[in-house]
Design a binder for this molecule. Structure first.
Ligand SMILES: [Zn+2]
Length: 406
C-alpha cells in the first residue's frame, strides 16, 4: 500500500471515487482502444450501467468518442470507444542549448505536423517572444488541427516543483528563471515545463499500450548536448524534496576531471556529452583543456558517428572512450537505483552497434551485484523523438494520470 504523503494528498470526498473511476475508465480506453463498453465494464469489475454513466460524461466532454471499427458479416456493427484525438492537438517543444525543436501532435503524442527547429536564443525575453511567434504561426497555418490543448516544453535543466521556474539550466546559462508565466501570456495557451530526462521517462511510460512490457522501475538516460536522466520508481518519477532528484549527469566521476557546464569538475556529463565526444575527436585532452565551444566547427555528432561507421579510427576512438565512461556511470546508476531496465536515448543511440560491447563491459566492471550486471538496456532511436514525445505527454498525460490518492 502506498504511504500517505502529508504534503500532497486529497481527502476523499463524495466526488472522489467517481473521479477515480472516471480516470481509470479513460486510461483503460487509451491503453486498450478500441474497447467496447461491455469490455470496459468487465475490466473495471463494475456494472455496465455505472460504466456507461462515466463513458457518456467523457463523450459529452469530447475526451472520448464511440464509433464502429472493422466490418462484421452480419448483425449490428459493434461500437467501440476511442480517445478523441480528432479535433484537439498539443504543441511539443524541446529546448536544447543550440537549437529548439517543436512539433504539433495529437493527444496521444502522434505527430501531426513534422518537426521544425530554430536557433535557441539565450536571452530569455527574446526566446519567449520567438517561441510564441512560431507556435502561433504553426497553429494558424493548421487550423484544421482544431483547438490546441496546451504546450509541453522540455528543458535541459532543473525545474521547480510547480513547473513554473527553471532553477538551473547550465548550458543555457539560465538560473532561477521564471519561464511559465511569460510563455503562457505570450502564447495564450496553457504551458507545462519539465526537465528533458524526466519527460523522456514519462513518455516511455505514457507510450505504453495495453500488453506492453514497460517495467515500473526504469531509468531513461538521454545522451546529447548534456546528459539528462529520468528515474521511474514504481511507475512514478523520482522527484525528491525539491524536485531536483536524479541529477546523475552531475555525479562526480573524478574531482580533477574536465570542467562541466555546471561549473564543477569531472561530472559524468563532462565525459559523455556530445561535446566531450567531439572534443576527443579533435584531439583535445579533456582533463587539461577546455572542451570545444558549444558549436564546434561544422562537424556534428551525427557526422562523427557516420565517420566511425565508415571505419575512421579517430571517430571510433572518441566514441569508445565515451562508451567506457557511459558504462561506468550507468554502473553507479544501477548500484543506486537497481532499475529493471535502462533506456538510452539521444544521438549516441545511432552508434549503439559500435559501442554496446564497451558500455556493457564497463557497466559489468563496476556494478556491485551480479544481477545488476545483466540489467536490460533498450536503445531509443533519435527519430523516435523521445524528448518531443515527452513534451507532448506533459500536455496529454495529466488528464489521463491517476488522481493522487493515499
Ligand atoms: Zn556538472
Amino acid at each position: 500500500m502506498r504511504r500517505i504523503d502529508p504534503n500532497n494528498f486529497r481527502v476523499a470526498t463524495r466526488a472522489t471515487p467517481r473521479q477515480i473511476n472516471r480516470q481509470i475508465a479513460l486510461n483503460l480506453v487509451r491503453e486498450r482502444q478500441p474497447i467496447s463498453r461491455a469490455e470496459l465494464a468487465r475490466s473495471m469489475n463494475m456494472r455496465r450501467g455505472a460504466v456507461s454513466l462515466l463513458v457518456n460524461e467523457l463523450i459529452e466532454e469530447g475526451i472520448i468518442f464511440e464509433g464502429a471499427t472493422g466490418e462484421t458479416s452480419r448483425g449490428r456493427k459493434p461500437k467501440f470507444l476511442f480517445v478523441d484525438t480528432r479535433s484537439r492537438c498539443a504543441v511539443a517543444v524541446d529546448i536544447r542549448p543550440t537549437r529548439t525543436f517543436f512539433m504539433v501532435t495529437d493527444l496521444v503524442g502522434r505527430p501531426l505536423v513534422g518537426v521544425t527547429s530554430f536557433a535557441t536564443e539565450r536571452e530569455p525575453k527574446k526566446f519567449v517572444a520567438e517561441l510564441a511567434r512560431r507556435i502561433r504561426r504553426v497553429l494558424s497555418d493548421h487550423e484544421e488541427l482544431g483547438d490546441c490543448a496546451g504546450v509541453g516544453i522540455v528543458v535541459p535543466g532543473m525545474v521547480d516543483r510547480t513547473g513554473s521556474r527553471v532553477l538551473f539550466a547550465p548550458r543555457l546559462g539560465w538560473h532561477d528563471l521564471s519561464l511559465l508565466e511569460p510563455l503562457e501570456v505570450a502564447i495564450g495557451l496553457p504551458v507545462s515545463i519539465e526537465n528533458s530526462g524526466r519527460a523522456c521517462a514519462l513518455a516511455q511510460l505514457w507510450a505504453t499500450r495495453g500488453g506492453s512490457d514497460t517495467p515500473d522501475d526504469f531509468v531513461f538516460v538521454s545522451v546529447s548536448d548534456g546528459l539528462g536522466v529520468g528515474v521511474m520508481v514504481k511507475g512514478e518519477l523520482l522527484r525528491g524534496q525539491h524536485n531536483v532528484a536524479g541529477e546523475f549527469g552531475h555525479m562526480t566521476l573524478n574531482i580533477e576531471g574536465p570542467r562541466c557546464a555546471c561549473g564543477a569538475n569531472g561530472c559524468w556529463e563532462a565525459y559523455v556529452s556530445n561535446l566531450a565526444t567531439l572534443s576527443r575527436y579533435f584531439g583535445r585532452n579533456l582533463e587539461e583543456e577546455q572542451p570545444l565551444p558549444l558549436e564546434p566547427a561544422a562537424l556534428t555528432i551525427d557526422d562523427l558517428i557516420a565517420l566511425a561507421h565508415s571505419g575512421d579510427s579517430k571517430a571510433l576512438f572518441a566514441l569508445q572512450t565515451t562508451a567506457r565512461y557511459l558504462g561506468l556511470g550507468l554502473a553507479s546508476v544501477v548500484n543506486a537505483v537497481d532499475p529493471a531496465r535502462i533506456y538510452i536515448g539521444g544521438e549516441i543511440a545511432a552508434a549503439w552497434d559500435l559501442i554496446e560491447v564497451t558500455v556493457r563491459g564497463s557497466l559489468k566492471e563496476r556494478t556491485l551485484r551480479p544481477v545488476g550486471r545483466h540489467v536490460e538496456i533498450v536503445v531509443v532511436p533519435a527519430n523516435d523523438y523521445p524528448r518531443l514525445k515527452g513534451a507532448a505527454a506533459l500536455v496529454a498525460a495529466p488528464s489521463f494520470a491517476a488522481p493522487v490518492v493515499a
